[in-house]
Ligand binder design. Structure first.
Ligand code: PLP
Length: 402
């Protein structure tokens, strides 16, 4: 045991792919007295959030804000647009795609899951081919994940839209953007997404407990004829009340204070800069993994995620034991592994309010933990990440100019 007391000095390195570190500014914004959720101050706050969140999804349509975790917004997307027995097309990109599919089944829907090896995102050609076969348009929705948090593989959503259009199919496009929203570029309107599902505790830098449905006109029209039972999740009451800045029930007021601050911070940095920062940190992490001589779960560069990197351990090394050792020794948390690769990989989250210096602390801890755990690897991962980050910041150029 490296530790002989229960207190661990210094900060905890939360390198799971969400919940992510909540910035002090957001915590301070939430540390405020309760207000009347039917009063004028609340209405101002709600309108600020309802307008602000549209800029994050890049939509001009209303966005539903649920007082629930992401799983609730998954359910909101399905029950508002579909009816019992409706067929869905889903792709088994990993654990979260599988869970969404199980939810659809429990709700009385009939999902068809295209299998994959969990090491890639969704290939648009698979979607197009399946939809072309569906001459009778029995498939009512295509549900995909922009970023599969369990594996670190992303999907090109614009290409999925093109695939649906190329097949001339009227299915709704539903996209889970829970671990990509406000970290990777996402365009609800431009990409023709019908329902986008988002969550608070990742790129938006909030605690868990709030989630979103961004909806297209087509999804709104589908909600008028959808017959699945819904009450808490129903969009219609919510949209009516939201118009005047209220909710049909008591919403999470402190979360809304936090959301307003989180959105302000994202725009202060600039969304494009936020995305570039995530791309940079992801590339630095991949360089480190490559230099260590280890593999990422994502096996195809086209699908690499910018918010997390899942790292395979060599045969005979248990990833859960590795995570426990790293936590106990260096006070760092990584994400767990799932499905066919349970116990075989760990996930390094690099999303939310995180910068280069924080990442380097995390990668140095990882390199130390690999050595301590006796995992065969090459040295130099941290150096490879440093070299990349220096170049990415134009360091060599700056020095030459001096
Ligand atoms: N979808 C994705 C891609 C996720 O990463 C998660 C959680 O991490 C969920 C859905 C479920 O969201 P929650 O755990 O907030 O209910």
């Amino acid at each position: 045991m490296a530790q002989n007391s229960s207190r661990m000095a210094g900060r905890h390195f939360l390198h799971i792919p969400g919940p992510t570190p909540v910035p002090d500014r957001v915590l301070r914004a939430m540390d405020t007295p309760m207000i009347d959720h039917r009063g004028p101050e609340f209405s101002k706050l709600a309108k600020k959030c309802l307008d602000g969140i549209k800029t994050i999804f890049k939509t001009t349509n209303p966005v539903i804000i649920y007082t629930a975790t992401g799983t609730g917004a998954w359910e909101g997307a399905l029950v508002n647009t579909l009816s019992a027995g409706d067929k869905l097309l889903m792709v088994e990109t990993g654990q979260f795609a599988t869970l969404w599919k199980k939810m659809a089944e429990k709700l009385g829907l009939v999902p068809e899951l295209i299998p994959t090896n969990w090491r890639v995102g969704t290939d648009p050609k698979l979607i197009e081919a399946r939809l072309r076969e569906d001459k009778g348009h029995e498939i009512k929705a295509v549900c995909v994940l922009h970023n599969e948090t369990s594996t670190g593989c992303q999907t090109d959503i614009a290409a999925i839209r093109k695939a649906i259009d190329a097949a001339g199919h009227p299915a709704l496009l539903m996209v889970d953007t829970i671990s990509s929203l406000a970290s990777m570029d996402y365009r609800h309107d431009e990409w023709g997404v019908d329902v986008s599902v988002g969550g608070a505790q990742k790129g938006l830098m909030l605690p868990p407990g709030m989630s979103f449905n961004a909806i297209s006109d087509k999804a709104l029209a589908a909600s008028k004829t959808s017959k699945l039972p819904k009450s808490f999740w129903a969009w219609d009451d919510m949209l009516t009340m939201n118009k005047v800045g209220f909710f049909p029930y008591t919403p999470g007021t402190q979360m809304l204070h936090g959301l307003a601050e989180g959105i302000t911070m994202l725009h202060e940095e600039g969304l494009d800069n936020v995305f570039a920062r995530h791309d940079r940190l992801a590339e630095a992490t991949r360089r480190a993994v490559k230099a260590w001589g280890l593999d990422t779960v994502c096996s195809d560069a086209r699908y690499q995620s910018s918010t997390l990197t899942a790292v395979m351990l060599p045969e005979g090394h248990n990833a859960d034991a590795f995570r426990a050792l790293a936590l106990e020794t260096f006070n760092i948390s990584y994400g767990a592994s799932f499905g066919p690769f349970a116990g075989k990989y760990f996930r390094i989250g690099h999303l939310g309010d995180i910068n280069d210096a924080m990442l380097m602390g995390g990668l140095a801890s990882t390199e130390m933990a690999l050595a301590l755990a006796g995992v065969p690897h090459k040295k130099g991962g941290v150096q490879a990440a440093i070299d990349y980050l220096v170049t990415a910041h134009g360091g060599a150029k700056k020095q030459a100019a001096e």
